[in-house]
Design a protein around this ligand. Structure first.
Ligand code: GTP
Ligand code: MG
Length: 203
């Protein structure tokens, strides 16, 4: 059985104290509110309703952990930078996600979703900077909304701006990039289990 299709919901953490102890290798999904993180998790695991998705930004407000048997975990992070979220909730987001990303020993990489139609907004760059040296895969999400030509142009432009990161076109609706993304993430998890870091692109 493919590793990612084994995903089962394990736990939701609403406060740093709720995080499970670090263990098997973890891959987190980050990005602006409504960019399609939960939908990507569902597409990658082949499970339509594993993670809750919504038309309303701000759906996911806890850090949700999904187990992959012995292979590792996938982690759905709350969306970043939704303007209408009250200030108190934003502060809570920073505290929760910040403490997770900065200190999580078992985190082997972060999948960062950016909207393929407006990639690398100031908020996206802030998030990327904030993730620092973490291994990243940047998904150009909702790529189905672009023409084939615009997809290729965007892929080239973003790839040139992020030479150290993997960049892929992705659509949870059409399945574009799903298989390639799955293969890469399975490689990260396998390397994490062997405690080896996979080679960083561009070095
Ligand atoms: P938060 O949890 O609020 O941060 O949002 P999220 O990033 O988890 O987004 P979610 O997966 O809930 O999707 C948000 C909206 O975008 C939903 O209406 C989805 O149906 C839509 N959507 C997600 N992925 C795609 C995609 O690949 N293509 C298109 N066209 N729409 C998508
Ligand atoms: Mg979500």
């Amino acid at each position: 059985m493919k590793v990612l299709s084994q995903a089962v919901f394990l736990r939701a953490a609403g406060r740093p104290g709720d995080l499970p102890p670090p263990g098997a290798p973890e891959i987190a999904f980050a990005g602006r509110s409504n960019v399609g993180k939960s939908s990507a998790l569902n597409a990658l695991t082949g499970r339509k309703a594993l993670a809750r998705t919504s038309k309303t930004p701000g759906r996911t407000q806890t850090i949700n952990f999904y187990g992959l048997g012995d292979a590792g975990l996938l982690v759905d992070l709350p969306g970043y930078g939704y303007a209408r979220v009250p200030q108190a909730l934003r502060a809570k987001w920073g505290e929760l996600v910040g403490s997770y990303v900065r200190s999580r020993a078992s985190l082997v990489g972060v999948v960062v979703l950016v909207d393929a139609r407006h990639p690398l907004t100031p908020l996206d760059r802030q998030l990327l900077g904030w993730l620092g040296e973490a291994r990243k895969l940047v998904l150009l999400a909702k790529a189905d909304k672009l023409s084939r030509l615009a997809q290729q142009q965007t892929l080239r432009a973003v790839g040139a701006q992020l030479p150290r990161d993997e960049v892929m076109l992705f659509s949870s609706v059409t399945g574009l990039g799903v298989e390639a993304c799955r293969d890469l993430l399975e490689g990260w998890l396998a390397a994490g289990r062997e405690n080896k870091r996979p080679p960083v692109k561009g070095i």
